[in-house]
Design a protein around this ligand. Sequence first.
Ligand SMILES: NC(=O)c1ccc[n+]([C@@H]2O[C@H](COP(=O)([O-])OP(=O)(O)OC[C@H]3O[C@@H](n4cnc5c(N)ncnc54)[C@H](OP(=O)(O)O)[C@@H]3O)[C@@H](O)[C@H]2O)c1
Length: 262
Amino acid sequence: MHRVHIATFFTPDAPPSREESSESTANTLRELYAYPEDTRRPWVRVNFVSSIDGAVSVDGVSGALGTPADKLVFDTLRELADVVVVGAGTVRAENYGGVRVGAEGRRRRAESGMAEVPPIAVVSARALLDPHSRLFTDTEVPPIVVTCTGADPARVQALADAGARIVTAGAGQVTGAGLISALDDLGLRRVLCEGGPSLFGQLTHDDAVDEVCLTTAPVLVGGTAGRVATSPHARTTAMTPAHILTDTDGTVLTRWVRLPRP
Ligand SMILES: NC(=O)c1ccc[n+]([C@@H]2O[C@H](COP(=O)([O-])OP(=O)(O)OC[C@H]3O[C@@H](n4cnc5c(N)ncnc54)[C@H](OP(=O)(O)O)[C@@H]3O)[C@@H](O)[C@H]2O)c1
């Protein structure tokens, strides 16, 4: 067993003698979370925050689990991604708007040949999204809706009229392979999936996850909140740690990478 002790400091009350400047921390995080250089095939990264006792939400949303370190990593991961994929349940629960990227982030993205702002791609079998919600009204770039042939055509049309790019992948459900192929066709290969648990469960079941970034927030929650991935059938995928970081407030940030496929 290894005792991991890699101290990084994000919170303002970190001991000055060991504190990194926020700029240097941000640079370090961009390096630690860099996607593989070879982008010929999509790389699927999933990011979640959970309480110590495994809850993914408090009163139906994840906001109460956030910490300064988690927020910094959350924003860093968004800056590094071509697309932010999320399930419709999370969009509905969290009232998702478009991704925001600051001026420096935009410059870095443009310099590396990326769009200045990544789109949100929502996976929704039923195309059950409110065309007047923030997803459509509070965004700089049009969202993508990945839906199924079984979705109500009137709903799909309403989302297209609200500005969404509609992608159809599958009949009653979007599989991991179907999602990856659809994003690949759009040239979106640095994939960041922000959940939720049903979508992550599907991707896990389909062996479509290359990497998991998991924050453990230093709180106990109890209650009835679910865990980070749920699916009808279990499937074990071996992962190896790329890094484990800690913050002074007790936040633990882990990055797990799938062992190479044979
Ligand atoms: N702690 C965290 O980091 C974190 C992250 C994300 C979410 N959450 C929490 O998780 C909860 C939501 O959980 P959830 O399981 O409902 O989230 P979800 O996976 O985002 O949403 C489920 C919905 O997404 C669509 N969907 C998911 N997988 C699909 C597939 N393979 N094919 C087609 N459609 C698919 C379906 O939408 P339609 O019904 O429209 O067909 C389904 O009803 C919220 O409380 C949220 O706050 C926490």
